[in-house]
Design a protein. Structure first.
Length: 216
């Protein structure tokens, strides 16, 4: 199904994760350090990396941005024993696509790999709503002939709304989809919606009082 690189220095975890991914028909590559990881990626980018943070030659958290520059279309699932929310939030903000805490069920990890890869199926899509065009693989919004500059979170909010143009999303639903389990207040959604309205026009984002938001 996908070319997956597992970066993990604990042999038992590396073996179990690799075995379960192979059973799910993925082509699996392995690395036990950052050096080995980059050696694999220099030969060609994979579709997804399962990345342990604490490796013998460094903290992989510091490498997420570099990986995204080197392989911008590669998804990253962080695998770590660090349980603090700030680590999860930082990893996601740096560009990780999901976060799994040890100990974990390997079947859950495989399910998360499937879920992340399902997003890939929509990466080449162009989503259209009235006069707006969301070019997903370029992460660009076009209104008429004009391109609108969006932050990463603004784009993710619009992607959610474009994929469900008639649905009203509550703040908590948007927070869960876009910030993925962050402990932030759902009022941050209002802040982003206010900024988006200034960029794309108030009429294009509708507030349903007491419920949430939808496209206008």
């Amino acid at each position: 199904m996908a070319r997956v690189l597992v970066v993990e220095d604990e042999e038992d975890i590396l073996e179990v994760v690799s075995r379960y991914l192979k059973l799910d028909s993925h082509e699996v590559f392995t690395a036990r350090s950052l050096e080995e990881m980059y050696s694999v990626l220099e030969k060609g980018c994979v579709e997804l990396i399962v990345l342990d943070l604490l490796l013998p030659d460094g903290d992989a958290m510091d490498e997420i941005s570099s990986i995204k520059v080197m392989c911008p279309e590669t998804f990253i699932i962080v695998l770590t024993a660090l349980r603090e929310d700030r680590n999860r939030i930082l990893g996601l903000e740096l560009g990780a696509d999901d976060y799994v805490t040890k100990p974990f069920n390997p079947r859950e990890l495989v399910a998360r790999v499937r879920a992340v890869m399902r997003r890939k199926g929509s990466l080449e899509k162009v989503l259209i709503h009235k006069d707006m065009k969301l070019i997903v693989h370029e992460r660009v919004l076009q209104i008429g002939d004009e391109l609108v500059n969006l932050s990463a979170k603004e784009f993710d909010i619009l992607l959610l709304l474009f994929q469900n143009p008639r649905r009203v999303f509550s703040r908590s639903e948007i927070l869960e989809h876009v910030w993925r389990g962050s402990e932030r207040s759902d009022r941050i959604v209002d802040v982003y919606m206010s900024t988006l309205r200034k960029k794309i026009g108030k009429q294009r984002l509708v507030t349903v009082r007491g419920v949430g938001y939808r496209l206008g």
